[in-house]
Design a protein around this ligand. Structure first.
Ligand code: ZN
Length: 698
């Protein structure tokens, strides 16, 4: 398989075959593709374009969803970009194995995707994974224009490729699968970006890249998720039609050529988005997260007058940023809940008039890349009116308040009260967020079993009725978000130690003895995950045997990775040792070690340090310097920060240690934050338990 169709295939006298591919138009060298193997191809026509999926022999039926996605998406992109796909064919090639760092690559006319991100097996693929297949295909297809037809001049503007492709993938998936509520998932993406961007170790979206090392470091949440969030904000500022007209002009002007970020802004400004360049410049050339504060709100003659000011949200330098925040032109959209949305571009300070009085939302629709800080009385009203907010505003409000609590901008009780106020009949997509907000505090009390038990009791009491409503198994005619909600509830309650969920997982696992298909279905690996997490030696051994006799390479690697999820440190140590043998297969070994790091980061990091050369042979060369930072980056233990620092001092150059330095900064901040939050969370639990006892009349 190459970028173009095979033009000729001629048998040679020496028994080999000479294959000649069609000549591509002018293109960038990094998009060249040549694949070979025992392959199978399935195709469909979309106008003049032959769309194909290519897999290892015997697997092509599992690529039906990817092919359907291509066929749905291509006509939309042809129309959106105004320049039809210029090659005669577009293949999506599924390859074996996995990377710890990427899922797919947008080679022109011949997308490469790892099997795990492209193939769907009804016996084991979860609904979440199915949606990822669609979204990844959409992302790589968007690159066929943004990246392939028009390429950034240099890696400084990598975000133009990745931010745009991510934004476009969400947009087209939302268009084709509105029932998936893709726009709401943008809040999660924004949170990932802000998770890096709120630290002083962050970088601007547009950044200087001089070395290969810096290129690989550039593939991070700032490039992808902040890139997507900023583009979504700019589209919202420009309006969909003006924005698209700008994109079309940009494509036409720069087809088969190179661009820099400014070329995009001037195209969209010329299409009518006056003032967009200034906003775009502020958000792409300088790092960080704006904080929009409501300084006061007055209800006058049936209208709300908001006084706003712009600060900077920081997790590790709040006092300094409060004194001298960076300045942005911030496009703000606000509304009184249920009322008309008003817009302004905030420069420092400003006043907004909103029709109506009552609870108000400052980032209405959540298209803005900033955090919103409200006075306590509005928070109380928002909690009361929670279900009157749109789901995306509910999601944004929960995320903002969580982070404002972590950052010390307001008491953590605001966020906990808000989570507590989410009713059991809220929309399923929001309910699917809830387990995470309970697992967060649970993780903060790692090592304090008594408090973890209290948090689990609260979580079980809140979530079990929801799980009872959706059931353990899919039901006909259930809502489109129910499979996601079910997975979130089972996996999180299972990981936190909910007895009922663990018992159900074990019951299903035991049933495999008499019926090997007992676990087949979209939750297969969710149930196996719960079993693996709470495994004893006999169970772990059985999982290992299952991995070795798995029906497909994909199943095999997923079960092997689960061996790393064991909570028992003696078993996770066995998983680490197993990872350095030939048994799991090279790329699976790295996944096992990453799985161990989720609950035993110190164990994983120590193991990797002790077997550094062997470990490095398991992962992509270009990202070796980042690997340890990722394995240990979720820790709150200062000893981990010191360990990573010593490692970076010994083995990394100043340019190659940036990712590790970001992890170190996050760990140090987390250690301080968690120590501060523990008494707050305990006090909140005390009050909550007292109210519950009071209600029961105890
Ligand atoms: Zn990409």
């Amino acid at each position: 398989v190459g970028n173009m169709l095979v033009a000729a295939s001629t048998a040679q006298r020496d028994g080999t075959t000479l294959v000649t591919f069609g000549t591509t138009p002018r293109m960038s060298t990094y998009l060249l593709f040549l694949g070979l193997g025992e392959l199978e191809r399935m195709t469909t026509m979309s106008g003049p374009t032959e769309l194909g999926v290519v897999t290892g022999r015997g697997n092509v039926k599992k690529a039906q969803l990817a092919l359907d996605a291509s066929a749905e998406i291509l006509p939309y992109f042809n129309e959106y970009f105004g320049t039809p796909f210029p090659l005669p064919k577009l293949d999506n090639v599924a390859g074996p194995g996995q990377s710890q760092f990427f899922a797919a690559m947008e080679n022109w006319g011949a997308i490469f995707t790892f099997e795990r991100s492209m193939l769907v097996d009804p016996k084991s693929t979860s609904e979440a994974a199915r949606r990822r297949v669609y979204e990844i295909a959409a992302h790589e297809m968007a690159h066929q224009w943004f990246g392939d037809l028009v390429t950034m001049a240099w890696w400084d503007d990598l975000w133009l490729n990745e931010g745009f492709a991510s934004w476009m993938a969400t947009k087209v998936t939302d268009r084709m699968k509105p029932e998936w509520d893709m726009l709401v998932t943008r809040v999660a993406g924004r949170e990932r970006a802000m998770g890096l961007d709120a630290f002083t170790t962050t970088h601007p979206v547009v950044q200087q890249v001089r070395t290969v090392e810096e290129v690989s470091q550039a593939f991070d949440a700032i490039t992808y998720q902040k890139g997507e969030a900023v583009i979504a904000m700019l589209e919202s500022f420009a309006g969909e039609d003006v924005w698209r007209a700008g994109i079309r002009a940009y494509m036409q002007r720069h087809a088969y050529g190179n661009t820099v970020t400014g070329d995009l802004w001037s195209a969209v400004e010329s299409a009518g988005a006056t003032g967009l360049g200034t906003i775009a410049h502020d958000f792409t050339m300088q790092p960080g997260v704006p904080l929009v504060k409501v300084e006061g709100a007055q209800c006058v003659n049936g209208a709300t007058r908001l006084s706003l000011s712009q600060g900077e949200f920081s997790r590790d330098a709040r006092e300094a940023k409060d004194k001298t925040p960076l300045a942005w032109h911030v496009p703000v959209k606000a509304q009184v809940v249920g009322g008309e949305v008003h817009s302004m571009v905030l420069e420092g300070k400003g006043v907004m008039e909103l029709p109506g009085c009552g609870a108000y939302v400052v980032n209405a629709g959540q298209a803005g890349y900033y955090r919103s800080l409200y006075p306590a009385d509005n928070m109380a009203r928002l909690a009361k009116d929670f279900t009157r907010l749109t789901p995306i505003d509910q999601s944004g409000l929960l995320a903002d308040n969580w982070q404002l609590g972590l950052g010390g901008y307001q008491p953590m009780s605001h966020a906990l009260d808000l989570v507590d106020a989410v009713p059991a009949d809220a929309s399923d997509i929001i309910l699917a967020d809830l387990p995470g907000y309970m697992d967060g505090p649970h993780g903060i009390f790692e090592g304090d079993t008594a408090t973890q038990k209290r948090i689990l009791a609260y979580a079980s009491a809140r979530l079990t009725p929801i799980l009872a409503r959706v059931g353990y198994d899919a039901r006909p005619d259930e809502g489109p978000q129910v499979p996601m909600l079910r997975q979130s509830l089972i996996s999180t309650l299972g990981a936190m130690g909910d007895e009922a969920v663990i018992a159900e997982a074990r019951r299903r696992f035991a049933a495999l003895g008499s019926d090997p298909a007992a676990l087949d279905g979209p939750l297969k690996f969710v149930w196996l995950g719960v079993v693996a997490h709470h495994a004893d030696q006999a169970t772990w051994d059985r999982l290992r045997a299952m991995a070795n006799s798995a029906p497909s390479a994909l199943d095999k690697s997923q079960i092997f990775a689960l061996l790393g999820r064991a909570k028992d440190p003696a078993l996770s140590a066995q998983a680490l040792r197993l990872a350095l043998t030939d048994e799991p297969g090279k790329t699976t070994s790295a996944a096992i070690i990453a799985a161990v790091a989720v609950d035993h980061d110190m164990q994983a990091v120590d193991f990797v340090l002790a077997h550094r050369a062997q470990y490095e042979a398991l992962i992509d060369v270009s990202v070796r310097s980042q690997a340890l930072g990722r394995l240990g980056g979720g820790s709150a233990d200062l000893a981990m920060a010191d360990k990573l620092n010593a490692y970076a001092d010994a083995y990394l150059t100043p340019e190659s240690r940036k990712v590790v330095d970001r992890s170190i900064a996050a760990i140090r901040t987390r250690a301080v934050t968690w120590a501060r939050l523990k008494p707050d969370i305990m006090a909140w639990l005390d009050a909550k338990e007292a109210t519950t006892r009071g209600r029961r009349g105890e």
